[in-house]
Design a protein. Structure first.
Length: 94
């Protein structure tokens, strides 16, 4: 299945995101759309929540998604290594 994007701005955004993350343009578009759908699903799942709260939660999800996109495998390994000394064998903080 093919998708032909004829929007210069969208193509530029995909190119810049790919350069910054080291991912392909298709991968950054895929992640962005997944994050956007999560925001929409969150809003639909909480109809009683006020609009401002839904917006804040959506923004937080977007930021977390962006962080996931920007972290390299080396970054994740360093975070895991740094966190190893925080808890004992029972899972309690030291």
């Amino acid at each position: 299945m093919a998708l032909n994007i004829k929007n210069d701005h969208v193509c530029e955004l995909a190119r810049r995101a790919a350069e910054r993350t080291g991912l392909t343009q298709v991968s950054v578009l895929e992640r962005a759309l997944e994050q956007y759908l999560e925001v929409l699903d969150s809003a639909a799942a909480a109809p009683d929540e006020d609009e401002a709260e839904r917006r804040r939660r959506g923004e937080a999800r977007v930021l977390l998604g962006e962080l996931r996109t920007r972290l390299t495998d080396e970054d994740r390994a360093a975070i895991r290594q740094g966190a190893e000394g925080l808890y004992d064998e029972a899972g309690l903080s030291r």
